[in-house]
Ligand binder design. Structure first.
Ligand SMILES: NC(=O)CC[C@H](N)C(=O)O
Length: 238
């Protein structure tokens, strides 16, 4: 059984969605981790969920990054643990320095809440093995500060290391400005770190995990994590 911990900050509002995806849809072990907790040793995967941690004061994720749990998340990630940050979780990961770049105000200066088409760029990361390369997913976005920004050197490094795992496209997988809901540079929707064990993703896979919700395109992301955890567990026969 893969053990997922879902961090709750004051202001998180997608923690229960993530819990539902893991516990009830996937059938794996899910527990909530309070922002003041510091022991992550019983977990295989840490999820930083969406929401408005600390009211998005100053800028999204800027205060959550100083929560006691985040020192533990940094240690967990540096030891190779799997970390998934969705939306506000992505913002927190950038603020914490676990991912490069930052998320700034949408180019529309408006909160955007709608389904988007997102293309899977790479399947050689523990978050995407259960997708097909180039598969176009329907995943909802809901954010005011989702515009991914980084300098050219960082963007080029992300591309050459194959760290861009998801991009906004149209439904046919074409990268257009119209398909980009927030003005993210190079249509970036999700990136991993160089070691490939930390993912930040702006759209919400946990909101599209069953057809009752309109789509189950987000479900293979959680199945990929489960497969990665199970593959890593040594068998007793060894
Ligand atoms: N759904 C969310 O996680 C919201 C993200 C963030 N606080 C924003 O509005 O930019």
């Amino acid at each position: 059984m893969a053990r997922f911990g879902i961090v709750t900050f004051p202001g998180s509002n997608c923690d229960h969605d993530a819990y539902h995806a893991v516990k009830h849809v996937l059938g794996e072990d899910a527990t909530f981790v309070w922002h003041q907790d510091t022991d992550l040793s019983a977990l295989d995967v840490v999820v930083l969920p969406g929401g408005f941690s600390y009211g998005d004061y100053l800028r999204s994720g800027a205060i959550a990054r100083f929560s006691p749990v985040m020192d533990a998340v940094v240690d967990f990630a540096n030891a190779g643990g799997l970390v998934l940050g969705v939306c506000n979780g992505f913002q927190v990961l950038c603020e914490a320095g676990l991912l490069p770049g930052t998320l700034t105000r949408n180019n529309s200066l408006r909160f955007v809440c709608k389904p988007t088409a997102v293309r899977v760029e790479r399947i050689d990361a523990p978050f995407t093995t259960q997708y097909a390369p180039g598969q176009v997913l329907s995943l909802p976005v809901a954010h005011g500060e989702g515009r991914y920004v980084a300098d050219d050197a960082t963007l080029n490094a992300l591309e050459s290391n194959n760290q861009v795992l998801f991009r906004y496209t149209d439904a046919d997988g074409r990268m257009t400005d119209a398909a980009n809901p927030n003005g993210s540079m190079r249509n970036i929707a999700g990136i991993c770190n160089e070691a490939r064990n930390v993912l930040g993703l702006m759209p919400h896979p946990e909101r599209h995990v069953e057809l009752l919700l309109g789509s189950d395109d987000g479900r293979p992301l959680f199945e990929s994590l489960r497969a990665s955890v199970n593959d890593a567990v040594p068998t007793s026969a060894a």
